[in-house]
Design a protein around this ligand. Structure first.
Ligand code: ADP
Ligand code: G3P
Length: 495
């Protein structure tokens, strides 16, 4: 038995591949960015071939940097940007259209019409989700309605649908396996999270032929073998999960009430809720955290569409600084108690507002507002939004984490982490390994391959690098947060 696994992390802006050892240490990695396409207002697409090539080249890079041949690996785990929707020809493997990305808003009207027809409660009670363009169902319906002949060919069984995991599995196995895992399926709005199967009524609601759908497997399972043509040796694909669920696993949040928040381009807070799904009264999402040995574990999720993307906008749009890391020193320069709020509703507001038409704003400007205050407001917005989610989770499950585990590119910012601890009034733990998403995929593959006996063994590998403890007086915290809520109410288009 070898001592290494390859984890593929196919993200929204880049693909990464990391070689992990049995202790969950990253041995070497490869990464490749690819183009984002914005063909119309609110549309976001990826070229499927760009996704595929970036995955292959990052895997090859990782192996080369590790000085390993594929034959020296035990297997592969896959984690991926979720909801992003692809459609391809089963005979040729050619895609019929670019991937419609999770951020794409082209199906707002479709969602609105279904909402007005009263379908949201039924959808929520089966999928744990809401009627929003975010999820795959209306994206797939759009493809079937807008590509000539697609619906007819889909009905004849000639086409295959997949989220990015399924597309990669199909390609890596040369079309031998058409499968997804329960976490990815749970983001399509077509999957019944109680029955753990595709839901016929939902398929009828969105007019999706069942012949398109992949088989749903456990997150730690047999997903076929990577063909030797790709990496030089045949390798089993043994673990698959959507990237936010994979991060929950990489952060070893295995007991109810444990949670993590990932601060990358967007922010995703997920709390483990155990083996029974609880539905949110506050428009949060219920989702499959992982499914092992046929048994699903559920989670509650708050999704914020814009987190690090604000930092990118401040850097590239407003040109306030050259490097994201500079935001830490800039924010530290602000006078305390400044009252600038930046509401980053660039593409609408996600949880808990789900207001796709809201747009961003900077409020509370005074004559002495400078770059530092605007930058700080951009960082603080991420913390205020996390507090919005925390408040909803407290109400929904009375089990929000007493300690929040964090990861993602933004968490290297100490000022931000301190403000987060202050705003949430909980300890914020930053782990040693920040590549928790890829690590989660490696753990899932490792479980299947017998590297780990159980989740308990994996939890023992988690290590804290630094804990941020709340220091802000309660009165200051509450006053700041009141200001945020007021700012949000100014940009909302729905009550
Ligand atoms: N020191 C920092 N302070 C604040 N934001 C940062 C810092 N470093 C990186 N970022 C932001 O983090 C994001 C990158 O995080 P990453 O987890 O790589 O994102 P993704 O996986 O979504 O592409 C970018 O939006 C970047 O602007
Ligand atoms: O690729 P990321 O890290 O931006 O994650 C995207 C999420 O999976 C969308 O639901």
């Amino acid at each position: 038995m070898a001592n290494y696994l390859l984890a593929i992390d196919q993200g929204t802006t880049s693909s990464r591949a990391i070689v992990f050892d049995r202790q969950g240490r990253s041995v070497a990695s490869g990464q490749q960015e690819f183009a984002q396409c914005f063909p119309a207002d609110g549309w976001v697409e990826h070229q499927p071939e760009a996704i595929w090539e970036s995955v292959l080249s990052s895997c090859r890079q990782a192996l080369e940097n590790a000085g390993l041949d594929a034959a020296q690996l035990d297997g592969v785990g896959i984690t991926n940007q979720r909801e992003t929707t692809l459609l391809w020809d089963r005979a040729t493997g050619e895609t019929l259209y670019p991937a419609i990305v999770w951020q794409d808003r082209r199906t707002i009207e479709h969602c609105q019409a279904l909402k007005e027809a009263g379908h949201e409660p039924m959808l929520q009670s089966r999928t744990g989700l809401l009627l929003d363009p975010y999820f795959s169902a209306t994206k797939l319906a759009w493809l079937l309605d807008n590509i000539e002949g697609a619906r007819e060919r889909a009905e004849k069984g000639e086409l295959a649908f997949g989220t990015v995991d399924t597309f990669l599995i199909w390609r890596l196995t040369h079309g031998r396996v058409h499968a997804t895992d329960a976490t990815n399926a749970s983001r399509t709005a077509l999957f019944n999270i109680y029955h753990q199967d595709w839901d016929e009524e939902l398929l009828a609601l969105f007019d999706i032929p069942a012949a398109l759908l992949p088989q749903v497997r456990d997150s730690s399972d047999d997903f076929g073998k990577v063909d030797a043509a790709w990496l030089g040796a045949e390798l089993p694909i043994s673990g698959v999960a959507g990237d936010q669920q994979a991060a929950l696993i990489g952060q070893a949040c295995f007991t109810p009430g444990m949670g993590k928040s990932t601060y990358g381009t967007g922010c995703f807070m997920i709390v483990n809720t155990g083996d029974a799904p609880s539905l949110s009264r506050n428009r949060l999402l219920t989702t499959v955290a992982y499914r092992l040995n046929g048994r699903p574990t559920y989670a509650m999720e708050g999704s914020i569409f814009v987190a690090g993307a604000t930092v990118q906008w401040l850097r590239d749009g407003l040109k306030l600084f050259a490097n994201a890391a500079e935001t830490e020193a800039l924010a530290a320069e602000t006078r305390s108690g400044h009252s600038v709020y930046l509401v980053p509703a660039f593409t609408g507001l996600g949880a808990p507002h789900w207001d796709p038409k809201a747009r961003g704003a900077i409020l509370g400007l005074t004559r002495d507002t400078g770059i530092a205050e605007i930058v700080a407001a951009g960082l603080q917005a991420v913390c205020y939004q996390t507090r919005d989610l925390q408040a909803c989770m407290n109400d929904d499950i009375q089990a929000t984490p007493g300690v929040l585990r964090v990861d993602g590119g933004m968490v290297s910012n100490n000022w931000l982490m301190q403000f987060l601890a202050d705003m949430l009034d909980v300890d914020v733990d930053r782990p040693n390994i920040l590549e928790t998403t890829a690590l989660g995929a490696a753990y899932l593959a490792g479980l299947r391959l017998g590297w780990y006996r159980d989740l308990e063994e994996i939890s023992r590998l988690w290590q804290c690098e630094r804990r941020f403890t709340p220091q802000m007086p309660a009165q200051e915290r509450d006053a700041l947060y009141r200001g945020w809520r007021e700012a949000v109410s100014r940009v909302r288009t729905t009550p």
